[in-house]
Design a protein around this ligand. Structure first.
Ligand SMILES: [Zn+2]
Length: 505
């Protein structure tokens, strides 16, 4: 029994790569690099054990980053350990990294071959564009604080069964598909998140017959929102990488600097709650000096403002949860609350790889403000969720099972477009030019200044589960107000709304 118990603990310790705490961040002030005996680790409580960052287990010794609180306890009890220099370079998380980088392009189907840093991401996205020239298009949506490119891959699968052509005059719009935005690694230390983005890319490109709904969609995928953070995590220290490359003052950049991009988004940025974000550059939740001050935030906001995605997933790790907006405390959700209503359906079929921690729906993990998904929901009405993967960076051999475990969540999201009623509009002037227009709904109660309106191409789409009829008021500057009543339907044809100049007879 004793053997079994130690064996169990040994396995737990081996498995602790997924035990990196989300807060505080593993910065050198919060953690010490220590060598100590396995017995010592066995005597820790379960949460304490989970908070160790094991770097090496060798014989009866463990080398780990130990939180300050545990070290203090050991010091008080005069427990023996050896202090080591804080690791200055990234821990070699994936020994295959260098050979994969040297190898260059591999077919899409082989890209789940190991973790990806900013360089491998750049390489592989370029490879994908070459492998699928008609389908996958690579865009640079902006540059990071330190000048690294932020890439988005657009996937647009041609229809296998062409719709019958109807000739009409004036010509009807070519159908503008529903747009889905998947972004990963806004926190660069969450290596697993990037793999979720790649899984979606690879499945969409290579197993399209399994996903017929993709013929209705245009996917935009940003595998790394925060390339500075990812680079720092891989090539400087795993104690860094959550934040971007922001440097305060003239000091040389240290490991604790940077802006937490998921506290930098404009909606309710800096609510005044010091637990939700921080104004101190060295803090793990540093929000930046102004709302959307960071180039990464701006790049994402520009994309989302332009395209107004009807659904958005933002992948993080590793709390094994779906976070449903509003994630900021104290806000009143719109009624009806569509993301709240649809959340349960996203979890159907999930079989997360973590036995100790079931996959749950939550509002948040701790207090936050200035987050991306809240901004997308408030500003644009996007069905926007934050998906917390089940692990942080396990041995890569476990990654396929981890991805498979929570795969249903994005499959369910895509299937909403084949199952959940929507309204889909295109607003134009009399000459078919798209218009930016605001849209008000009689059926919704908004308490947090929510606004709904069209994208740059005049389109507006929204899921409307359980709503039989909705009444809209559409306004565009210089045009007469339009009102219409619509019945939501499953992926209906876009309703063309033609606005007439105000004052015209
Ligand atoms: Zn995160």
């Amino acid at each position: 029994m004793a053997f079994f118990r130690s064996f169990l603990i040994f396995c737990l310790l081996l498995g602790t790569a997924d035990a990196i705490p989300l807060a505080p961040l593993h910065d050198p002030e919060a953690f010490s690099h220590l060598e100590f005996s396995k017995n010592l680790a066995e005597n820790l409580s379960e949460p304490q054990r989970q908070s160790l960052i094991i770097l090496q287990t060798k014989g009866k010794k463990i080398r780990a980053l130990v939180p300050a609180a545990i070290k203090k306890e050991w010091d008080e009890k005069k427990i023996q350990y050896r202090s080591l220099a804080y690791p200055s370079r990234g821990v070699e998380l994936d020994p295959t990294y260098r050979s994969r980088l040297r190898k260059g392009c591999v077919p899409a189907a082989e890209m789940l071959n190991g973790y990806k840093d900013d360089r491998l991401n750049e390489l592989y996205l370029n490879c994908l564009q070459k492998e699928f020239p008609q389908i996958a298009t690579l865009y640079v949506i902006g540059k990071s604080r330190l000048g690294r490119k932020i890439y988005a891959l657009r996937i647009y699968l041609p229809e296998i069964q062409k719709q019958p052509q109807v000739n009409s005059f004036p010509p009807l719009f070519t159908e503008i598909r529903e747009r889905v935005f998947i972004n990963c690694a806004i926190h660069g230390n969450e290596a697993m998140a990037i793999e979720h983005c790649y899984e979606i890319i690879i499945k969409a490109l290579t197993e399209r017959e399994s996903y017929p709904v993709l013929e209705k969609l245009e996917l935009w995928i940003v595998p790394i929102v925060n390339p500075d953070g990812v680079h720092s995590f891989w090539h400087r220290s795993t104690a860094s990488g959550r934040k971007n490359g922001f440097v305060s003052g003239r000091a040389r950049r240290n490991l604790t600097e940077g802006v937490d991009l998921n506290r930098n988004f404009p909606f309710r940025w800096n609510t005044g709650n010091e637990k939700a974000s921080s104004g101190v550059p060295g803090h793990g939740f540093f929000r930046g000096y102004a709302a959307a001050s960071e180039p990464e935030t701006k790049a994402v906001m520009n994309l989302v403002d332009k395209l107004r995605f009807s659904s958005i997933f933002s992948y993080h790790s590793y709390a094994n949860s779906l976070l449903v907006p509003y994630t900021i405390e104290g806000l009143v959700n719109p009624q009806p609350d569509i993301p709240g209503q649809l959340a349960e359906r996203l979890l159907l079929g999930i079989a997360s790889e973590r036995e100790d921690k079931p996959f749950l729906i939550k509002k948040n993990l701790y207090e936050v403000d200035g987050t991306d998904t809240d901004t997308f929901y408030n500003y644009y009405g996007s069905l926007a969720y934050l998906v917390e993967s089940s692990h942080l960076y396990q041995d890569y051999r476990q990654v396929p099972a981890i991805l498979q475990g929570i795969r249903p969540i994005w499959e369910n999201l895509l299937n909403f477009y084949a199952e959940v009623p929507m309204i889909r509009l295109q607003v134009t002037d009399e000459f078919s030019n798209p218009l930016r227009a605001s849209i008000e709904f009689d059926q919704f109660v908004f308490k947090e200044g929510e606004q709904r309106g069209t994208a740059a191409d005049g389109t507006f789409s929204m899921f409307m589960p359980g709503i039989k009829q909705c009444t809209l008021t559409i306004r565009a500057e210089g045009f007469a107000v339009r009102q219409l009543s619509l019945k939501p339907d499953v992926y209906p044809m876009r309703t063309i709304v033609i606005m007439k100049k105000s004052g015209n007879p």
